[in-house]
Design a binder for this molecule. Structure first.
Ligand SMILES: Cc1cc2nc3c(=O)[nH]c(=O)nc-3n(C[C@H](O)[C@H](O)[C@H](O)COP(=O)(O)OP(=O)(O)OC[C@H]3O[C@@H](n4cnc5c(N)ncnc54)[C@H](O)[C@@H]3O)c2cc1C
Length: 430
């Protein structure tokens, strides 16, 4: 049998390789960088990490359940501790043997029932035939630059290129966007820049990292409220804890809690409240010296940093193979492809608090599906029929997710995990 090829050695690729190997499925991992860890290795050529980055979700809500982080690691570890954690994971589960490093995948093309993979390794081109391809090349690499009128002649960078607050030294800085990275970076800039302005186009729910000494994402414990009720209860709690964003001069959200990804940052509102960050509305146009805003105010900047998010990007594969609709491929459980039963998109999933364990659940199901394709083709055909019927189904727990690129592959965590576990049970039963 030809091997299955996993592209990427970030957390998603690693647990995928592990789960395939556990079921005796021949597997090869191809990774562009010289080691594992994905974007958590700031030295990887594909990393979008920055020096000050720490986990945004707390460690116990994020780790692999059967490979907990050490007790002496902080609740919100720094990026290099995460990289070390993934290296330990790979050593513990003996996964280095499956990977080829410095291996950039250039193309994946179907060839009969197989896939021809072309990649280059230190300037040398290689090809191999694969029984299947599992794309774990990450979702936060390819910058979405936004579309601004006008032209700015100063320094412009996207957050994907941002590494160190040194670039802000003594500069008048404008940060565009207000997601988690934007807020982290604004807090960095406060300590170095001459001034920090921030374009905030819409309202966000802001949460601190700790409440009453506990990581915020652990509050509520195992209590499972109906989704609509949870939106109301948690929305009210956030308001009690953080206050209304408008009290800080920020727009209030005009949507309910969980309809967009919340911002978790204990310092951002603090700095806004101290006047260290000035809030600006939408950009009307860039000017050679700065920007003009929708309220007709104009300001001059030395550096503009666009924290305007990322686009899904599978440059080595013809889009037609992925059943794209709008901003994302439409796949059953965000993984299974109605056009090809041996092409899997791994980790194209965002949710509040899915963590590595949610990704590992996904990997276990995919390994089980491949094993079923090998051992029990009739049962696998039934599953493939379901994939075709259900590819359009969005597991959103009844939430009206905002129509944003980022939300195009967002899922409701509890419902998503329940659906994965349900499929797993059905495949395990006769
Ligand atoms: C600043 C920041 C903070 C974050 N904080 C959190 C958090 O607190 N909690 C959380 O759950 N998530 C967080 N994330 C989200 C993050 O995407 C996930 O944590 C996780 O890294 C996703 O894992 P992955 O394996 O899917 O992708 P990645 O970690 O992005 O790994 C993808 C791998 O694929 C490789 N690759 C890409 N293209 C090719 C190619 N053509 N050929 C070969 N290899 C290729 C890359 O080199 C990379 O190693 C954060 C992200 C950022 C940027």
């Amino acid at each position: 049998m030809h091997p299955y090829v996993v592209i990427g050695a970030g957390p998603m690729g690693l647990c995928t390789v592990r789960r395939l190997a556990e079921l005796d499925i021949p597997v090869i991992g191809l990774e562009a960088h010289s080691d594992v860890g994905g974007l958590w290795d700031i030295n990887s050529p594909t990393s979008t990490m920055y020096e000050s980055a720490h986990l945004i979700s707390s460690k116990r809500m994020t780790e692999f359940a059967d490979f907990p982080m050490a007790d002496d690691i902080a609740t919100y570890p720094r990026h290099d501790q995460m990289r070390d954690y993934f290296r330990s994971y790979v050593k513990h589960f003996n996964l280095y043997q499956y990977y080829q490093f410095d291996s950039w995948v250039d193309s994946c093309e179907p060839e009969g029932q197989l896939w021809r993979i072309t990649y280059h390794q230190k300037g040398k081109r290689h090809e191999l035939l694969a029984s299947g391809v599992l794309l774990a090349n990450g979702t936060l690499h390819h910058p979405n630059h936004g579309n601004f009128k006008g032209r700015f002649d100063g320094i412009y960078i996207h957050s994907s290129e941002y590494r160190s607050a040194d670039i802000f030294a003594n500069k008048r800085v404008l940060i565009i966007g207000c997601g988690n990275s934007a807020c982290d970076i604004a807090v960095d800039a406060v300590h170095r820049a001459k001034s920090v302005d921030m374009v905030v186009r819409r309202g966000y729910y802001f949460l601190p990292k700790f409440v009453a000494g506990r990581p915020t994402d652990t509050l509520g414990g195992k209590i499972r409220l109906p989704n609509k009720l949870k939106q109301i209860v948690d929305g009210t709690l956030v308001r009690l804890i953080s206050g209304k964003p408008s009290a800080y001069g920020l727009p209030d959200p005009d949507y309910k809690m969980y309809e967009s990804h919340p911002v978790v940052n204990s310092l951002f509102l603090h700095h806004i409240g101290h006047g260290d960050i000035k809030v600006r509305p939408t950009i009307a146009e860039l000017t050679p010296q700065g920007a003009r805003f929708s309220d007709d105010n104009e300001a001059e900047y030395d550096l503009i940093l666009a924290a305007t998010g990322y686009k899904l990007h599978y440059p080595f594969l013809d889009q037609a193979h992925l059943n794209w609709q709008g901003d994302a491929p439409r796949l059953y459980l965000n993984v299974f492809n109605p056009k090809h039963n041996n092409l899997f998109v791994m980790g194209m999933v965002e949710a509040t608090g899915l963590g590595w364990q949610g990704r590992d659940d996904q990997a276990q199901l995919v390994a089980k599906v491949i094993r079923t394709q090998i051992d029990d083709p009739a049962k696998a055909t039934k599953f493939a029929d379901k994939v075709k019927r259900k590819a359009q189904l969005r597991i959103n727990g009844g939430m009206n997710y905002l129509e944003l690129e980022r939300m195009a592959y967002y899922v409701h965590k509890a419902d998503y995990l329940a659906a994965i576990n349900n499929e797993m049970r059905e495949l395990q039963l006769g």
